[in-house]
Design a protein around this ligand. Structure first.
Ligand code: OGA
Ligand code: MN
Length: 282
């Protein structure tokens, strides 16, 4: 059992590289899982370079972090694995994934009342020739960087999130069928400022955020865009350039993320496992 982790920060506000991990221990070492969760809370993103976890080992490992999300099963032979790729032959829901090119937080528009995922794990099976890096910015830092006045003002605001908002950004002229499918997903109202059980606060922003309740539509959207722009200036972003076999974990409750665009016919394929959340946005 080795739980002494070597963790090297990648930027001032988000991301750390974990070195010296033995992949053979990941699936069975509970203390290691706890240590990684703690490091994740502190750093937002953990990079585990070139671990070459196989899909079954990845799911085993994720069990050390919490319950596994099986709601997207069926696209890969291993339960708990979802292939992130634009290749429709590998993932029949690939059409939705271009929305990952915009900054977002996963799980803000669930089909029911599920909580946002706690953590997401991606491992690189095939990488893009051009683009396809994944970028991260801390949504805790986004809150911490507000002025005192803004903290008070924004603390009272609520935001409506929808699948339509995130899909419209990449498909601005949908067919009536597309629109009907997007609108079949319920919208969700969340506070702009999330007060976590830990006491930390973060901003709930990103592609799914459609409008601010009670504000003029354009005015509210301008506020959301300004906050997102400020949260994601290059100095606040960790950009991961993938090598095959890399594994990256992010704290979905405390970071925004996006994929840098890559070609529709790119071989890029990430194997994703999601750890269920146990905390509502409140
Ligand atoms: C995701 C996601 C980004 C990427 O899997 O939720 O946003 O770089 N992925 O593929
Ligand atoms: Mn995502």
């Amino acid at each position: 059992m080795t739980t002494a982790l070597t963790i090297n920060k990648l930027t001032a506000s988000v991301g750390a590289k974990v070195v010296g991990l033995d992949p053979a221990h990941l699936g069975s070492d509970t203390a290691l899982g706890d240590a990684l969760l703690e490091a994740l809370e502190r750093n937002g993103v953990l990079v585990l370079p070139e671990l070459h976890l196989d899909p079954v080992a990845q799911v085993e490992f994720c069990r050390r972090l919490g319950g596994i999300d099986h709601s997207s099963d069926g696209h890969h032979p291993v339960a708990g694995i979802y292939p992130v790729t634009l290749d429709k032959s590998k993932n029949s829901s690939a059409a939705y994934l271009r929305a990952t090119f915009d900054w977002h937080i996963d799980g803000c528009t669930p089909t029911g009342d599920e909580y946002p995922q706690k953590a997401t794990v991606l491992s690189a099976k095939h990488v893009a020739e051009h683009g396809g890096e994944t970028e991260f910015a801390s949504s805790y830092a986004a809150y911490d960087d507000l002025t005192d006045d803004e903290k008070i003002r924004f603390g009272a605001l609520r935001v409506v999130h929808s699948l339509e908002a995130s899909q419209r950004r990449i498909t601005p002229d949908p067919t009536p069928e597309q629109l009907a499918r997007w609108r079949a997903r319920p919208t969700h109202e969340h506070p702009l400022v999330w007060t976590h059980r830990s006491g930390r606060k973060s901003l709930v922003l990103g592609a799914s955020a459609d409008h601010i309740v009670g504000l003029d539509l354009d005015e509210g959207r301008a506020v959301l865009q300004d906050l997102l722009d400020r949260a994601t200036t290059p100095d606040k972003v960790y950009r991961h350039t993938w090598s095959v076999g890399d594994t990256v974990i992010w704290d979905n409750r405390g970071v925004l993320h996006r994929a840098a665009p890559y070609a529709e016919d790119s071989p890029r394929e990430m194997l994703r496992t999601t750890v269920l959340g146990d905390e509502p946005i409140q």
